[in-house]
Design a protein around this ligand. Structure first.
Ligand SMILES: *Cc1c(COP(=O)(O)O)cnc(C)c1O
Length: 476
């Protein structure tokens, strides 16, 4: 594709995306295709001869779009938001255009240095502690996902607790990790991947009212494990659990970790970005004093296209010691001088995209004020929705709901608990099948509850109000 052809098709693609956003409400939110339907419309074999790009665009329209769930639709209330935005899309396109591999500083200095600046900027915007900054002993790095961030945190924790032995000899003792039943599944996967093993992931009780981790039980489990000869290695506290946005008491959990010499990883994948608003910074209470690592996803609620998960370390040394190897073909004077950062030592893969460009575009386009407005808009709509649910006696509202997620359930007083769960699930599926909105569910205390997550910049009050009307009607 020549630069002139690229210019022509590039304009068509940008127009296509702009039209897509302008008309996004005409699509059913959740794709209505049956399993295999998309695949059946695609050729089984790759083309022998190249095809005109128009044919890619026309297949996109006719074959793929019906199989797309529209995550940017204003009535997408499922899971958590995965925000896209104009500046992020354009920043990502520029990154694709440059096509650099930023594995070490020398392979593209701007890729590394811009990343350092934007993760430090983001730390400042979120009010995170000074020691997370790159000019201190800590530092931030953009990972593909919170799952990778958890894996890197586990590797750093194993490095620190074993004084480097695990990196060389592998796991020779029983290491234990601590989570609650509401911790994201990526922690158990990380335990499997690093060789700690799922059986050594200890489930700490939660306070039944707040669903937050019980620090007393954490301490008791750690004491038991030490007595049994295990090496307590990492505790994951969550700020904003995936199920209900419950918040673990990071300060109290951190005190246990400090006392026992255990690494504290804080997973704030969804909620952490809310701290751009000073009035929401209370969610991070205890992080500054106790977190060894902290992660939040700009790619959920902060207007930055997937993938962009930022991991900060209070001390970057254990991570780098765990992951740094210098093969001959990567030797270069800049690395040898020790004056530069090589982010390949801060992540699992070697290669890395220029992800900082899209986050930089977002931070510059919106500014701190624009980001706060976005978060406040979502939180305000969620509070309003919660008021409506609270005012309708046919529904039960789960408290608290400080962010963009509201959990609630219809009440079926005539039905057994099991049948009520079943009816709740079917009510949700009938709404989702109709295509006007998309909700997901979770279980709290054995009860099926619906989750309505507000966070799209497309979502206005009228969309939330219409969703509530639809939910009420569906109940009959
Ligand atoms: C979404 C989520 C994750 C996983 O995020 P990825 O970036 O997709 O790996 C982890 N933890 C919490 C609390 C989440 O909400």
């Amino acid at each position: 594709m020549s630069p002139e052809e690229f210019r022509e098709f590039g304009k068509q693609v940008v127009d296509w995306i702009a039209d897509y956003y302008a008309g996004i409400e005409s699509h059913p939110v959740r794709s209505q295709v049956r399993p295999g339907q998309v695949r059946a419309q695609l050729p089984a074999h790759p083309p022998e001869q190249g095809e005109p790009f128009e044919r890619v665009l026309s297949d996109l329209e006719s074959v793929l779009v019906p199989g797309v769930t529209h995550w940017q639709h204003p009535n997408f209330f499922a899971y958590f938001p995965a925000n896209a935005s104009g500046p992020a899309i354009l920043g990502d396109l520029l990154s694709s255009g440059l096509g650099v591999q930023g594995m070490v500083w020398a392979t593209s200095p701007a890729c590394t240095e811009l990343e350092t600046v934007v993760v430090d900027w983001l730390a400042e915007l979120l009010g995170l502690p000074e020691h997370f900054r790159t000019d201190a002993v800590g530092g931030g790095v953009i990972q593909d996902s919170a799952s990778s961030a958890a894996l890197v945190a586990c590797l750093a924790a194993l490095q620190r607790v074993s004084d480097g032995q695990v990196a060389n000899q592998g796991i020779t003792r029983r290491h234990t990790l601590y989570v609650s039943e509401h911790t994201h599944s990526s922690l158990e996967r990380a335990a499997r991947m690093v060789g700690v093993g799922a059986d050594n992931v200890r489930i700490v009780d939660v306070d039944p009212n707040t669903l937050g981790m019980d620090p007393g039980h954490l301490d008791a489990l750690i004491a038991d494990d030490v007595a049994a000869g295990a090496v307590p290695t990492l505790v994951c506290a969550t700020i904003g659990t995936t199920s209900t946005t419950a918040i673990d008491p990071v300060r109290a959990v951190g005190e246990v970790c400090r006392e026992r010499g255990v690494w504290l990883h804080v997973d704030a994948a969804y909620a952490g970005v809310a701290a751009v608003c000073p009035e929401l910074r209370w969610i991070n209470d205890g992080v500054a004093e106790f977190a060894d690592s902290y992660c939040t996803n700009a790619h959920k609620w902060l207007l930055t296209n997937f993938d962009c998960s930022v991991l900060w370390m209070a001390d970057r040394r254990p991570m780098i010691d765990a992951l740094s190897i210098l093969p001959e073909y990567l030797r270069n004077p800049a690395t040898a001088s020790g004056e530069v950062i090589d982010y390949r030592d801060w992540q699992v893969p070697l290669g890395r995209r220029f992800r900082a460009l899209k986050l930089w575009s977002v931070l510059r386009w919106y500014g701190a004020a624009g980001l706060r407005e976005h978060i406040r808009g979502s939180v305000g709509l969620a509070q309003e929705f919660a008021d409506w649910v609270r005012d309708d006696p046919r529904f039960e509202l789960l408290e608290p709901h400080p962010l963009g997620l509201v959990c609630f359930r219809p009440l079926f007083p005539q039905l057994s608990a099991e049948d009520a769960n079943d009816r709740t699930y079917r009510l949700m599926e009938s709404l989702n099948d109709a295509g006007e909105l998309y909700l997901t569910h979770t279980k709290v205390d054995g009860k099926t509850v619906l989750r309505l997550a507000i966070g799209s910049p497309q979502t206005e009050r009228r969309h939330v109000l219409a969703a509530w009307k639809r939910i009420q009607e569906a109940l009959g």
